[in-house]
Ligand binder design. Sequence first.
Ligand SMILES: C[S@@+](CC[C@H](N)C(=O)[O-])C[C@H]1O[C@@H](n2cnc3c(N)ncnc32)[C@H](O)[C@@H]1O
Length: 484
Amino acid sequence: MLRRLLLQAPTSCRRLSNANRYSAPSHSPRFFSSSSSSQSPNSSFIEHLEDNANHSTSPPSATVSVDRSGLYNPTEHSHEPSSDSELVKHLKGIIKFRGGPISIAEYMEEVLTNPKAGFYINRDVFGAEGDFITSPEVSQMFGEMVGVWAMCLWEQMGQPSKVNLVELGPGRGTLMVDLLRGASKFKNFTESLQIHMVECSPTLQKLQHSNLKCKDEDNTDDKVNKRSVSTLTGTPVTWHAALEQVPSGLPTIIIAHEFYDALPVHQFQKASRGWCEKMVDVAEDSSFRFVLSPQPTPATLFLMKRCKWAATEEIAKLDHIEVCPKAMELTQTIADRISSDGGGALIIDYGLNGVVSDSLQAIRKHKFVDILDNPGSADLSAYVDFASIQHSAEEASGDVSVHGPMTQSQFLGSLGINFRVDSLLQNCTDDQAESLRTGYWRLVGEGEAPFWEGPDEEAPIGMGTRYLAMAIVNKRQGVPVPFQ
Ligand SMILES: C[S@@+](CC[C@H](N)C(=O)[O-])C[C@H]1O[C@@H](n2cnc3c(N)ncnc32)[C@H](O)[C@@H]1O
């Protein structure tokens, strides 16, 4: 049995479940679990795929070019069956209004972050009771090790007295809680911090506020950037919807753990007439279906850009390619910020150091489901293309250098997770020791857990080699730990 971990941090109990947000690349069998491989999100992809050129209700000329979604109010005008959720009605409304299908990227963005009904917006999706589990929820040691990385970078930055510590997509806020608790003895560091949480979900913002034990400052006139103080370390905390809203002018440390994989991807498929974008349309029976764009779409520019960064042989062997313009833009914003303000960014996610083929997946309640099934009720995520992040950063600024990626196992190992687990094991109950060892293995191990005695389909899967770590730093800072 796996049990809760209750060590040093009463708020950071970690229950283990089997669903990480990754699976094997699409050219190999799905890695999620033995039973769920038959539910591979892409297993029905090709069957569903239709060429939109033959789709009589969707004139090819209306497929792309002008985004008029802002003019449309789906709830007032929708005549869809009432069993459809608000989000489904909204998506169908956009498709109907456009007179043609939408890109998978637009579908993904609506499904995850639609301000009324997006997957992340109204609920806590993490942990055994939610849909999937992430490293900070697996073990307190993850946030602590990220804290060690941040402190080392702060040292390399010359120990500035004020630093922006930005977390992109902080989930429950668990990583930041563990980072602060782990660093609390290093007063010069914690006293320098101004924390900025970049989070689109009001529900998760509240949860982060509560987990960080924040108290609101009442004497602020600035209603937009209302400030709170985390009573864990007396550190000011502010929330924002996007990185651009974080005030500039201070040296900055940015953490992005499992943020890039939630950014919307465009998918392209090789057809007889060349690369076609895969789109989401409404079928005659009113269900969603995939179709291929009959002509080049605006995202083709990003496909061309991505292909220029790859070797011809790498592209030649692929039938599908995913590109993530939002990841390219975000990386440019990060590189610009680090270039002007100094500091660095740490990106940890599951992905590849090269072109990603078709990795988009949907997970609901720890199981793979069809990407088009009941949108908004399942998480959508895609492999992160680390090579594209590197090129985007280097293209954005000559003042930054990019390091890695290295595996999560190498990253945590080099930062001393082995010593940390040993030290925690010195002073714990048997149950806590079991949780600690399991959590440790889960973070750095590979494949199915060798110690697991429960049902095969629930076996924990190691995150050690599937997750990669990359750093982007201002060149003034030198090479960051542990990428030397
Ligand atoms: C997969 S979760 C990762 C959570 C956390 N980093 C962890 O590891 O537990 C993605 C997080 O990013 C947030 N998010 C997703 N898309 C976003 C966007 N476009 N802008 C701001 N936050 C976003 C989600 O609400 C959620 O907090």
